[in-house]
Design a binder for this molecule. Structure first.
Ligand code: ACO
Length: 394
């Protein structure tokens, strides 16, 4: 009889799919994505309607519970997050000791990982709220440290976005009024990042969680995956690229040509997507929002014009058209973050705050469905069996 297990090991009887381009690793009821049609829906609701009409915590509730909250449910959800919006003295001490040369994403991942020691034994539902409360606090600590100002305590009277803005930008001894235009823009950006099915960081969260490591370890790992320039780190890389184009005289065509040259090692950051092969619906919303927010705030950013020119140059080029490379969510988001005075090295932090409900919802789904430990196979291409060579004969 044929030993199938042995045959599988010997012949590489596994699916070979580098980068998991065609591998469905799970069944999920959270996010629907049609890359050909440019459709994104959360629990059936279109991203266009959610970004236009919902609050970020409303979307977070939707992702976590599968249904939009009633007014009473949303109020209770918001209140319970506020309950956990307090500075943890031990973690603050650690944050203060982390050198300010450390990238904010490394610091965020470390602090979230360290929450494990403090809270892992608590109820999962409580830890979800704790995480949602903690990320804006950790982010604001990092920013205040970088500019040498004391931290600002969370303000329980404010909504999620306004509280974050106050912790970031209130100055010691000065009254701080949250600009509703800024708060609204931030709300929209966070919603647009809230979930995106099995992307690199979400898959990381699910993979780590599948070993039954704590949710803090899982989210900490997700933050590290998001950090990479091919994923969430692209929003920082886009602004740096646009600045470079500006400083080089604004010749967008030159950079398009460079991106086409495989030997250049340069890609147009903020272009292309693993799944969207038509357009990224989030990018469309953000492009309009960038224009609106800059106009409303009276900000004239020459980099916006360069971004628009670069998009036009790329989309009329055969290379980009043939490969279906369109601007993604990261292309215009940095321009809005800049107008909101978010420092460039914190752009990916904003992405992480936005993606957090998605990571948590996907983790929760995986645990509820009792999914097995994630463990991809490989095709072995190394040496065939050979005898050990003693050191004296090498
Ligand atoms: N600039 C120039 N060429 C590109 C770009 C780009 N931004 N993106 C893809 N290509 C080319 C590749 O060289 C490849 O060309 P080939 O077929 O001649 O070999 C082809 O398009 C397909 O690209 P892949 O890398 O195979 O596509 P993949 O799905 O693996 O990668 C990714 C998707 C990582 C997003 C890629 O498009 C990229 O590196 N983009 C720039 C970084 C970026 O913006 N990342 C953010 C993604 S969105 C997000 O994470 C929120």
């Amino acid at each position: 009889a044929i030993d199938i297990a042995k045959l599988r090991d010997l012949t590489g009887y596994v699916t070979y799919d580098p980068g998991y381009k065609n591998t469905g690793a799970t069944k999920s009821a959270i996010t629907f994505l049609d890359g050909e049609e440019g459709i994104l829906r959360h629990c059936g609701y279109s991203i266009e309607e959610l970004a236009d009409q919902a609050s970020f915590l409303e979307v977070a509730y939707l992702l976590l519970h599968g249904e939009l909250p009633t007014k009473a449910q949303l109020d209770a959800f918001e209140e319970s997050i506020k309950k956990y919006s307090v500075a943890n003295a031990a973690l603050l001490k650690i944050a203060e000791a982390i050198p300010s040369s450390t990238h904010p994403m490394s610091e965020l991942s470390a602090l979230v990982g360290l929450m494990e020691g403090q809270y892992a034994s608590n109820e999962p539902a409580e830890n979800i709220l704790r995480l949602l409360a903690a990320l804006p606090i950790f982010a604001a600590w990092n920013y205040k440290k970088s500019i040498g100002e004391p931290i600002v305590a969370p303000d329980q009277s404010l909504d999620y976005c306004s509280n974050f803005l106050k912790m970031m930008f209130a100055k010691p001894g000065e009254a701080y009024q949250v600009d509703p235009i800024v708060s609204k823009a931030l709300n929209k950006l966070l919603i647009l990042h809230a979930d995106h099915e099995q992307n690199c960081s979400t898959s990381t969260v699910r993979l780590i969680g599948s070993s039954h490591a704590s949710i803090f370890s899982s989210i900490s790992g997700g933050i590290q995956a998001l950090f990479g320039p091919l994923h969430g780190g692209a929003n920082q890389a886009v602004i740096e690229m646009l600045e470079e184009i500006k400083q080089a005289g604004g010749d967008t065509q030159k950079f398009v040509e460079m991106a086409k040259d495989k030997n250049s090692g340069f890609r147009l950051m903020g272009f292309g997507h693993r799944v969207y092969k038509n357009f990224d619906p989030r990018a469309r919303i953000i492009k309009v929002a960038a224009d609106d927010v800059l106009t409303a705030l009276g900000v004239k950013d020459p980099v916006l014009t360069i971004a628009q020119e670069l998009e036009a140059a790329a989309l009329s080029d055969d290379y980009f058209v043939a490969r279906k490379l369109y601007p993604n969510v990261d292309f215009y988001s940095g321009i809005i973050y800049r107008a909101l005075h978010i420092p460039t090295n914190m752009f990916t932090i904003l992405f992480a705050i936005g993606r957090l409900p998605g990571w948590i919802a996907q983790h929760k789904e995986m645990m509820t469905n009792k999914e097995p430990i994630g463990r991809p196979r490989q095709i072995y291409v190394g040496a065939t069996p050979r005898a050990f060579v003693p050191m004296s004969q090498r």
